[in-house]
Design a protein around this ligand. Sequence first.
Ligand SMILES: [Zn+2]
Length: 89
Amino acid sequence: MGSDLADGNGNMSKAHPVPDNIECPSCGHVIPISETIYHQAFEQAQRDLKAKSAKQEQELAEKEKQLQAREAAIEQRVQEHLQKSNCRP
Ligand SMILES: [Zn+2]
């Protein structure tokens, strides 16, 4: 008795759920997408933006860049899979 769930640490609210994997549009093979690849894409996008210096525009651009980076990361994964021989439509 007295066992409550430790949910006080959930400070990261995921506005955009990150998929764990994606299906190949060609063969249906499940391609795993790690969070690492998003991280790399985000960091690159942020470095890109920090080079420029606009304030309001930067915030909007940052969100846009992050969405683009995510899509690019997924696209890259799919392309990698498509070019490998394990893609069998
Ligand atoms: Zn495939």
